[in-house]
Design a protein around this ligand. Structure first.
Ligand SMILES: [Zn+2]
Length: 175
């Protein structure tokens, strides 16, 4: 790292904290520019350090329970969709963003409860696993909806496929 990150030439004038920060930034920059190699290296490292890798994963899950649950939701939905032959896929981070967009409340009872992804049009009725078919509901509401196709999202949201521009939609009037 020291040899090729370009930080060494500046090191003489830096404090210990600055050096650490400079190396962290350089390392992050390298990772962003070589993301595929970085991921491959990580996978290879994890293969040869199974016990340590499991420990790190376990620790991360403990420190990020909500993100972990979001990833589990995404994996479950992907598996479920595959079973029904439904197209579409989303990540835990995207599910996280979707919940945040709706104020982290259940869209049916409007309570702040643990949320589960509900497919507006269920797989059994030909629904997809794309994000525009997902609404956050709490577990009792999700179960109560069964295989109905009720859309609890605001009109302004259903008309838009993308969820990237969250700010404009959060202020949109509810209908
Ligand atoms: Zn609810």
């Amino acid at each position: 790292m020291l040899q090729h990150c370009g930080v060494r030439s500046l090191e003489g004038t830096m404090t210990k904290k600055q050096k650490k920060e400079a190396h962290r930034k350089a390392s992050l920059k390298w990772r962003n520019n070589n993301i595929n190699k970085a991921r491959r290296d990580n996978r290879n490292w994890a293969r040869t350090h199974k016990q340590r890798a499991a420990q790190i994963t376990q620790q991360w899950r403990k420190n990020n329970p909500r993100k972990h649950r979001a990833n589990m939701s995404a994996n479950n939905a992907t598996r479920h969709a595959k079973y029904y032959g439904a197209p579409g896929k989303w990540t835990g981070a995207q599910w996280f963003a979707l919940c945040k967009m709706y104020g982290n409340v259940c869209l049916r009872c409007h309570r702040k409860r643990r949320l589960t992804p509900d497919h507006v049009i269920p797989f059994s009725k030909g629904g997809t696993n794309y994000r525009n078919n997902i609404q956050p509901l709490c577990k009792p509401c999700n179960s109560g909806k069964r295989d109905k196709t009720t859309d609890y999202r605001t009109q302004s949201v259903t008309q838009t496929r993308s969820i990237s521009n969250t700010n404009s939609r959060r202020t949109a009037p509810r209908k």
